[in-house]
Design a binder for this molecule. Structure first.
Ligand code: ADE
Length: 250
């Protein structure tokens, strides 16, 4: 029995190759991305890799050459699945060994008509398959998950919210973290004074209630810079270098 799921093809069509198609759409079927899926702003097709195994046991993996722990996903099985699902569009393999996923990459991928994402389990995928299909290897962070599926969902979540029509008109991406190389400033809402569980009364920074747009913008920039400096020395370094370059070109 083929256990594939397919919706109408949209302007952003996603094919997921996985041993756990039931994981999808998962969180992507809820909230912003779920509504966008219902509206047809993106579409999803899952492929059960096991359907492409040819032996009675439906074997998809084997022991690694050279020995060692874990199993490796077989190139012949993956190849049959990929041949049956052409065209692939951009072909992505989720792996901790990949290039880091960034907001810039999310913008780039959100421009594509079609992505095919291979989710690995076990120790990984035979390298020859990745070479033959020129897979783009992407990592969502410096930690190891038990499989590529949650990583694929995170990548897709970041892309889907950038698709035209997904976010309301009032919401824009311009002030979000990473848009200008900085982390976002802190937010406040009513009540003006609030007491937390520690009994301390905390107010809202006065400038935010001043109605002075210039001063608010200046405060937000300083806060963004302070937080980026404290939390992300890597981003801070890049930001300073960019500022220097801009002054020089000035
Ligand atoms: N698979 C397991 N861990 C991963 C990670 N950090 N990024 C992408 N894919 C993965």
């Amino acid at each position: 029995m083929m256990t594939e799921r397919k919706t109408m093809i949209s302007a952003f069509h996603i094919k997921i190759l996985t041993l756990f198609p039931e994981m999808f759409p998962g969180m992507l079927g809820m909230s912003l991305s779920g509504k966008a899926l219902e509206k047809g702003l993106w579409s999803l097709e899952t492929v059960q890799l096991r359907d492409y195994a040819e032996d009675n046991h439906k074997t998809v993996d084997d022991t690694p050459y050279g020995g060692g722990a874990g199993m490796v996903m077989k190139p012949d099985v993956l190849d049959r699945a990929l041949r049956a699902h052409q065209p692939l569009g951009r072909f992505i393999y989720m792996t901790p060994r990949g290039k880091p996923f960034t907001q810039a990459r999310a913008y780039e991928l959100a421009q594509e008509k079609q992505l095919t994402i291979l989710c690995g389990r076990y120790e990984g995928v035979d390298q020859r398959l990745l070479d033959a299909y020129q897979a783009e290897e992407i990592c969502i962070g410096d930690y190891v998950l038990s499989g590529g599926e949650p990583a694929a969902m995170i990548l897709l979540d970041a892309c889907i919210r950038l698709l035209p029509g997904v976010l309301g008109n009032a919401e824009t991406h311009t002030e979000e973290s990473f848009e200008n190389g900085l982390l976002e400033y802190p937010h406040y809402t009513r009540p003006t004074v609030w007491s937390g569980p520690d009994g301390i009364e905390r107010g809202v920074p006065e400038v935010l209630a001043s109605g002075h747009h210039g001063k608010v913008a200046a405060w937000r920039k300083i806060e963004s810079e302070r937080i980026t400096h404290e939390r992300r020395p890597d981003l801070w370094e890049k930001y300073l270098n960019r500022e220097k370059l801009q002054k020089r070109e000035g």
